[in-house]
Design a protein around this ligand. Structure first.
Ligand code: MRU
Length: 359
């Protein structure tokens, strides 16, 4: 058995993460002592995937507070707010990022109130208490993410039948989370349960999360898989080669519309045309009850160079205009079910998603 992939974690007062830009060629872990480096790593996709971004932000915020030179609780509060703002400006689409920042803010408020009520505590003790509370909370969020993914895997595995050929898009694996994965966690759980399955991996242009990362995870674990370019998926569906599709999500609106890596919408439309079940696996931290429909999900636009260049090779002439949205939104009507840590959620999503969020 291969050792589990640890994407991002806390160790000896540092944040450690695998640099995903270098995979599959080089497996390098970065040891970060500066929260700004963690924020930059989220921006440049060294750390990517919605749950991993959330976990990295929580750990990065704890790191920032830990490295703060503030000499009073009030000064630490000012530093803490600056740190949180830095993380909130890294990437706009993944709900998990904002969910994690809100969790860390709540933790700070509670620890702050507790430190104020203890009048016999000197300021150094109060600072240590606040910093330690943030580290404990970030490590809890990190460990909980892996547990949630395993739960998603257990529920999702029931959807998978031995002999299935499953298509996935982008990377919703261990690398996109603290470990194990959401969509790939379902595939992992089915495989671990002894189901003989085979995975088709969309390469996922422009940044190739499928070819570089999902394929790396599957090969590493010996799960049978075949890589295809994105434009091949429809042909394979027409040939009857795909029985199920499972993807992750970056933000899910209250009505069930789901944002995920660019290209997911095309796969969902093809799935409907070929009557193939299309599942979305995501933790509750990806759902955004405050956003009614997918129309209001902010879609990140990234550097044109991601389209004109690929792994250092120039693919297009200088001067060509480029449009590079990083995500698209799949309308809820194309989704067969959501796989969450609370179980499988079926239509009508307008009713079942709000019920899930209030359960
Ligand atoms: O731009 P990325 O690589 O961060 O996009 C990632 C995705 O779209 C994933 O499919 C999504 O975050 C789900 S990961 C469990």
């Amino acid at each position: 058995m291969t050792s589990p992939i640890r994407t991002v974690y806390w160790e000896n007062d540092t944040v450690v993460f695998i640099d995903q830009r270098l995979l599959p060629g080089v497996e390098t872990y970065v040891i970060s002592r500066d929260y700004r480096q963690v924020a930059a790593a989220i921006k440049d996709l060294s750390i990517r995937g919605a749950p991993a971004i959330g976990v990295a932000a929580a750990l990065g915020i704890a790191l920032g507070a830990h490295q703060s030179q503030a000499a009073s609780v009030t000064a630490l509060k000012t530093d803490f707010e600056i740190i949180c703002t830095t993380f909130s400006q890294t990437r706009p689409t993944a709900r998990n990022l904002f969910w994690a920042i809100e969790g860390m803010k709540k933790c700070f408020c509670e620890a702050y109130a507790a430190s104020q009520s203890q009048t016999d505590r000197d300021w150094k003790q109060a600072l240590n208490y606040l910093k330690q509370s943030l580290i404990t909370e970030a490590c809890r969020i990190c460990a909980e993410d892996i547990a949630i993914n395993r739960q998603i895997g257990a529920y999702g595995s029931s959807l998978i039948t031995a002999g299935d050929n499953i298509l996935t898009h982008c990377n919703a694996g261990a690398l996109a989370t603290a470990g194990y994965g959401t969509a790939l966690g379902v595939i992992r759980a089915a495989w671990e349960a002894g189901k003989r399955i085979h995975v088709y991996v969309d390469e996922t242009r422009p940044v190739l999360q499928g070819a570089r990362l999902t394929a790396w995870e599957l090969v590493r674990e010996g799960i049978p898989a075949t890589l295809i370019t994105d434009n091949m998926a429809g042909f394979l569906m027409k040939q009857g080669r795909i029985q199920k599709i499972i993807v992750g999500a970056d933000r899910i609106a209250a009505n069930g519309d789901a944002a995920n890596k660019i290209g997911t919408y095309s796969v969902a439309v093809l799935a409907k045309a070929h009557k193939i079940p299309f599942y979305v696996a995501a933790p509750l931290s990806t759902f955004d009850g405050a956003i009614k429909t997918g129309r209001d999900i902010p879609i990140e636009e990234r550097d044109p160079e991601e389209v004109t260049c690929c792994q250092g090779a120039i693919l297009a002439p200088r001067g060509i205009r480029v449009y590079n949205p990083a995500f698209d939104v799949t309308p809820q009507s194309y989704i067969t079910a959501f796989v969450t840590e609370k179980g499988l959620i079926y239509p009508p999503f307008r009713k079942t998603v709000p019920l899930l969020l209030h359960s």
